[in-house]
Design a protein around this ligand. Structure first.
Ligand SMILES: [Zn+2]
Length: 217
């Protein structure tokens, strides 16, 4: 008797469970595997395809985890960012303190930014390219001495694992010009639980109409 389609579904899922402990993170992969099963008749090939997909997903995930553990996840190439400058151009555009944070991933001294205790309405833009990065509505007092937000504006930043200084941290970079803005930690307030710990020197406050910027910013 021919095994039923449901039987193959069961095999497919059991194989995925064996090979992919992260299966729930790949609903698109599971859905793709099922649709292939439903639409063709060569079941052996389909099982092989599903296994390859599952193994590939796990291999990619494990490679990523290893890279994360080693702090080796690379930034996208410079050419992939819409705003690009040479180092010489950045030096001309930025003060030494701004260059250190934005282009060399430095960190300003805590409590040094006039934006630290400032909560007027406006946006906080990347100083390197004026990309609006954070809204004042998401700013909060973290007590750390750095301007802190619980959420960036949509598509404003990208994140990269940073294994420097003997710590595992997540760097935050501008999505337009790749400039380093700060780090994000998972000890922030609701609703996200995230704390985007920014360098004030990397941000430019753009006040809402009628709002005055802080002195010295
Ligand atoms: Zn930028």
């Amino acid at each position: 008797m021919q095994p039923s389609l449901q039987h193959y579904h069961a095999i497919l899922h059991s194989r995925a469970a064996v090979f992919s402990p992260f299966d729930t993170q790949y609903p698109e992969l599971s859905a793709r595997g099922q649709s292939i099963v439903a639409s063709t008749g060569t079941r052996r090939q389909l099982l092989q395809t599903a296994s390859v997909l599952a193994i590939g997903a796990v291999a990619w995930k494990l490679a990523t985890f290893r890279a994360l553990a080693a702090g080796q996840v690379a930034m996208p190439s410079a050419a992939s960012f819409p705003v690009r400058h040479t180092d010489a151009e950045w030096h001309r555009m930025l003060s030494p303190a701004q260059f250190d944070v934005l282009r060399e991933e430095g960190t300003e001294a805590p409590f040094s930014s006039p934006l630290n205790h400032f909560y007027s309405k406006g946006t906080y833009d990347c100083l390197g390219c004026n990309n609006p990065a954070y809204a004042s509505e998401t700013k909060f007092d973290s007590g750390t001495g750095w301007p802190s937000f619980w959420k960036p504006l949509p598509n404003a930043v990208i994140e990269r694992q940073d294994g420097s200084m003997g710590m595992q941290r997540t760097e935050v970079h501008c999505a337009r010009c790749a400039s380093h803005l700060g780090h994000v930690f998972d000890d922030g307030p609701a609703p996200t639980g995230l704390r985007y710990c920014m360098n004030g020197v990397a941000l430019s406050f753009k006040p809402a109409p009628g709002v005055k910027p802080p002195q010295g910013a």
